[in-house]
Write a protein that binds this ligand. Structure first.
Ligand SMILES: Nc1ncnc2c1ncn2[C@@H]1O[C@H](COP(=O)(O)OP(=O)(O)OP(=O)(O)O)[C@@H](O)[C@H]1O
Ligand SMILES: [Mg+2]
Length: 609
């Protein structure tokens, strides 16, 4: 599986971050403003002890408080400015975070739109959604808040070291002895803590998966009597998670005291050496106080920087996954000269698009999914414009594969598919898509109103056209009975509607652009007899004047086809009209007998019950 989480890399991958920085280029301005604000914040933080020093040396030690009021006002003013700065930093960092997240998401989404079905087959929807939500969030937040902490932390450190050295060189060197130890300890602990948290997250996603299986699959587990195994597995996972959480908590609780001890050692050194210096008159009393403040203050940026680096490492995995998603290339792409002439998916040149008659020919088509067995092996079929083809065959015989190839969701491994006599890769994908209407095996509606769903993919449709499309597929009657008519919300995935209703809506959607080719890959799921009649009428209407491929399980639908093709393991074993095939007394005949009698049986049961 390609979606296996990559194991965590230890070092910072500079190349990757350079690439990520490219994504932040459009936000140069915000980043510069934000950095400037952070420099100001750090600067003010760094000079506050100097102010205290001034107050002590000039007012307190001299016991002359006259100037103190003016001084307090200046101090107050600086604090107010700092308050404004902090407001600005939260505002700009938040803005950067949301805007970057939106733009990365958009890029990833655009790239997803262009990918072929085979990409989606390999990756569960949940995985993709996690990339677009939690990974993007993580990345954008580490970038924006990382800038904040990084600029502030490094400016603070430089400023403090500089000021301390200026105040008293010798004393500064003595107090800063603890610095390297502090750095090492911070990085060590942050790494440990992050590792445990990462484990917790990993186990957590496994637990969610187990939840899913345990709950959604409950019925199956019950019939298989494996509830006990499920529980064992589940408690194993939760136990692991608890252990990791506790470890993380222990590391966190060890980290702070260690920093505090070090910081106290630093302060102690300052007091001891500084005190002596004060007595000898080498430094003022105010300088000593400032020194002590600095030793305490110094630890915060160190801790922050250690955290930023640790987080950068953990965000790296997210960054890698997102970049690889953005860079994934579709395996179905239009050739350059085709794009030149007919435009790309996002920028079609519709003025160059040819009209379509709807003649289709499969010529020596070979096809297999990935590295699996061949599904189609020298498949040949010619369909005249307006002809209705029904595909019949047992499950796995290749019916859906044929229509997927026709829609160019996949391309033949070798051989050609000609539309109006032209190999379809000489046209653009979007041209083809606009000429074909599909109702696929599992009709999917998007959350939104019925109207929006019918208009989907053909946004220029007017209300009248929408109504006409609904009329044509006999959907108007049921739609108008709904509380809000065409404005009724269908719910997520359309689950407020029945399967039959969803199918009718997807029929309307398929024909609103008046496609020359129509594909119906019908779900096996049974719908009630009344709905079946409605569907039958809808299908008959829709198929008029269109080349069509129908995969249906109702013989009533198939019977009307111009040509019925019976498939077995990707090969045509019989073909002809309904009556021709019945005369042959072959596979189709057997199938028909079977369904016919079963239908009669059901009718009898209904009458007697
Ligand atoms: N996405 C896929 N990846 C790999 N193999 C696939 C994929 N889709 C179908 N197959 C395989 O290709 C063969 C043909 O499948 P296809 O879906 O075309 O059958 P079908 O006739 O539509 O069946 P059904 O009546 O169940 O819909 C089967 O062996 C199936 O297992
Ligand atoms: Mg199928």
């Amino acid at each position: 599986m390609k979606n296996k989480e990559k194991s965590f890399k230890k070092n910072i991958d500079l190349k990757l971050w350079k690439e990520i920085l490219l994504y932040s280029l459009p936000y140069k301005k915000i980043i510069i403003v934000l950095s400037a604000v952070m420099l100001l914040v750090a600067g003010i933080d760094a000079i506050l002890p100097l102010l205290t020093r001034y107050a002590i040396d000039n007012y307190i030690v001299t016991e002359d408080l006259t100037g103190l009021y003016g001084f307090s006002l200046i101090y107050l003013l600086i604090i107010v400015i700092q308050g404004i700065n902090i407001f600005a930093l939260i505002y700009f960092a938040g803005k950067l975070e949301t805007e970057m997240a939106a733009s990365i998401r958009e890029k990833a989404f655009d790239s997803l739109q262009g990918l072929s079905l085979s990409f989606y087959n390999e990756r569960p929807a949940g995985w993709l959604i996690a990339r677009l939500t939690s990974d993007v969030h993580k990345l954008s937040s580490i970038i924006s808040w990382g800038i904040v902490d990084f600029v502030w932390g490094s400016a603070m450190m430089v400023a403090i070291v500089f000021i301390m050295l200026r105040l008293n060189f010798r004393l500064a060197l003595i107090t800063l002895i603890v610095l390297p130890v502090l750095l090492i300890i911070s990085i060590y602990f942050q790494r440990k803590i992050l590792r445990e948290f990462r484990l917790v997250r990993k186990i957590n996603s496994k637990i969610t998966g187990a939840f899913n299986e345990g709950i959604i699959g409950a019925r199956t587990s019950k019939t298989l009597v494996i509830e006990e195994d499920n529980c064992d597995e589940f408690s194993g996972l939760t136990g692991k998670m608890a252990r990791s959480s506790i470890k993380a908590a222990i590391y966190s609780s060890l980290f702070l005291p260690s920093v505090l001890v070090l910081s106290s050692i630093g302060t102690g050194l300052a007091l001891w050496q500084g005190g002596e210096a004060v007595i000898q008159g080498a430094i003022t009393y105010g300088t000593l106080v400032a020194f002590i403040s600095y030793t305490v203050q110094f630890f915060e940026p160190v801790r922050e920087l250690a955290r930023v680096f640790a987080e950068l490492q953990s965000a790296q995995a997210a960054a890698e996954r997102i970049i690889s998603l953005i860079k994934t290339e579709s395996d179905i792409i239009d050739r350059e000269e085709v794009k030149e002439k007919y435009g790309s998916i996002l920028q079609p040149k519709k003025e160059n698009w040819p009209e379509i008659k709807g003649e289709i020919e499969f010529k020596k088509v070979y096809f297999k999914y990935n590295d699996q067995e061949e599904v189609l092996n020298n498949f040949n079929l010619k369909v005249a414009p307006g002809q209705k083809i029904a595909l019949v065959g047992e499950t796995g015989s290749g019916k859906s594969t044929i229509v997927n190839l026709l829609g160019r969701f996949y391309e033949p491994v070798s051989g050609e598919i000609l539309i109006d006599g032209v190999e379809y890769r000489n046209h653009s994908q979007s041209w083809l898509q606009s000429k074909i209407g599909y109702v696929l095996q599992d009709p999917h509606l998007f959350s939104g109103s019925i109207k929006e769903n019918i208009r989907y993919g053909f946004s220029e449709a007017t209300d009248r056209e929408i109504k006409e499309a609904a009329d044509l597929v006999q959907a108007t009657e049921f739609i108008e009975q709904l509380p809000a008519g065409f404005a009724t919300e269908v719910g997520e995935g359309g689950d407020l509607l029945s399967t039959g209703e969803k199918q009718l809506i997807s029929f309307a959607r398929a024909i609103i652009s008046n496609p020359a080719i129509f594909i119906l890959d019908e779900a096996t799921s049974s719908i009630d007899t009344e709905m079946e009649l409605v569907m039958q009428k809808a299908i008959n209407e829709v198929l008029k004047n269109r080349t069509s491929f129908i995969i249906a399980h109702r013989l009533s639908t198939i019977k009307n086809a111009d040509k019925i093709i019976v498939l077995k393991q990707g090969e045509i074993i019989e073909s002809g009209s309904h009556y021709q095939l019945l005369d042959r007394k072959g596979y189709y005949y057997a199938l028909y007998q079977n369904q016919f009698y079963r239908g009669r049986e059901r009718q009898k049961q209904r009458i007697t019950s």
